[in-house]
Design a protein around this ligand. Structure first.
Ligand SMILES: CC(C)(COP(=O)(O)OP(=O)(O)OC[C@H]1O[C@@H](n2cnc3c(N)ncnc32)[C@H](O)[C@@H]1OP(=O)(O)O)[C@@H](O)C(=O)NCCC(=O)NCCS
Length: 349
């Protein structure tokens, strides 16, 4: 087996990952369809240096599996660490049980180690009996270099009938119907709220908003380059101005998800509204939900990491769903100051 940097196109990568996930989960467990446009946006595929953490394992010349990482600096208190968000782990069925995952992880660790004291963030889903993912082992957790926490989503239903048909789990179907009378339609932005789509000229003010989020013990350290990429292309962003200055922003993207049916689902990434007056906080989230609904999404998700005020979410119709994944972080230097139990901001992928 040979593990090296993945050198295929976004189309080939999308086809490979989707075919592995379809084969494993159709009709059993929901999963997103990561299109070439999405992967090119999220993983910055056009930039050769961004491929450092895109790994493929080849057996007898055939691509057997991939493990992909998105690179970012992570701020913990006054410290900064190089970090990656590791996801999209996919091994073709005919190559399973042959150590492909292990070989990919060894190479991922070694590439992070070469960058210094690196952190690797990941998710392991346990919300379905069909999930082939496994949680971190006791040995890893006792090693001092790992931390793991159960985490779940805020869920906002946008189309009751389509969302209830989409869910594979009958309790989620039923709860969606039962909750329908309490789910109002989100309101569009009004001129007086100072809400508008993000523009490239907003990048400096937007970075300042994110740097001022003192409620977060740790966070992705966004800069102008990474935030510009995140807010444009496949990503959507709305900002809210107070006295002509950007004081809050929300970002999201919409992907098709395969469940019992195939429907668009929105993933919120950044909800930074705490610098806004109360009514504008609500209006900004509502305006984003209104746009998401017009993009056709049946529901919107936000990972619960303590980075948003619960009241602000509940007031706009989000409900906290059960924890169904392990959020993990692993330090390749073997020493980690715990962070996941404090409010923090990462992306869910
Ligand atoms: C999950 C999957 C990659 C496992 O492939 P596999 O070759 O069967 O892997 P194995 O069962 O041999 O497990 C190998 C090791 O990987 C570990 N592992 C399994 N899932 C993992 C995950 N999501 N992250 C990290 N390690 C994982 C196992 O704990 C095991 O460690 P061990 O050898 O120390 O016991 C494969 O089943 C797959 O592609 N499934 C569909 C996509 C998917 O579910 N991806 C994971 C999403 S989180």
């Amino acid at each position: 087996m040979e593990v090296r940097t993945y050198d295929g196109t976004a189309e080939e990568l999308s086809r490979f990952v989707i075919s592995v996930w379809r084969d494993a989960y159709v009709g059993k467990m929901a999963f997103p369809l990561w299109t070439p446009e999405y992967l090119a946006w999220q993983l910055d595929l056009a930039a050769p240096e961004a491929r450092e953490h895109l790994l493929g394992a080849w057996c007898e010349g055939e691509l057997a599996g991939v493990l992909l990482g998105w690179s970012f600096p992570y701020r913990q208190g006054e410290q900064r660490h190089p970090a990656i968000l590791s996801s999209w782990l996919s091994v073709r069925p005919e190559f399973r049980g042959r150590g492909v995952v292990k070989a990919l992880k060894i190479e991922q660790d070694s590439r992070m180690r070469a960058r210094g004291d690196g952190l690797i963030f990941a998710y392991r889903y346990f919300g379905s009996e069909h999930s082939l993912s496994k949680g971190p082992t006791r040995e890893q957790l006792d090693s001092g270099g790992w931390e793991s926490r159960r985490s779940g989503f805020w869920v906002r239903i946008l189309s009751t009938v389509r969302a209830s048909r989409w869910y594979l789990n009958r309790w989620q179907r039923r709860l969606t119907i039962v909750g329908a009378p309490f789910t109002r339609s989100p309101r569009a932005a009004r001129d007086r709220d100072g809400i508008r789509p993000w523009e490239p000229r907003d990048v400096g003010a937007s970075v300042s908003v994110l740097e001022a989020r003192r409620r977060l013990a740790s966070s992705i350290a966004w800069d102008e380059k990474s935030l510009s990429k995140h807010c444009s292309g496949f990503g959507r962003c709305l900002v809210a101005e107070v006295d002509g200055v950007v004081r809050g922003l929300v970002t999201w993207h919409v992907l098709q998800f395969v469940g019992a049916t195939e429907e668009p689902v929105a993933i919120f990434d950044i909800i930074a509204t705490e610098g806004l007056p109360d009514a504008t906080q609500r209006a900004l989230l509502d305006a984003a939900l209104h746009e998401i609904k017009s993009q056709g999404a049946v529901l919107a998700l936000k990972l619960r990491t303590g980075d948003v005020r619960a009241l602000a979410m509940i007031r706009t119709g989000f409900i906290p769903w059960f924890s169904d994944s392990f959020e993990t972080v692993h330090s390749v230097s073997g020493t980690l100051s715990p962070m996941l139990d404090h409010p923090h901001h990462v992306l869910w992928r």
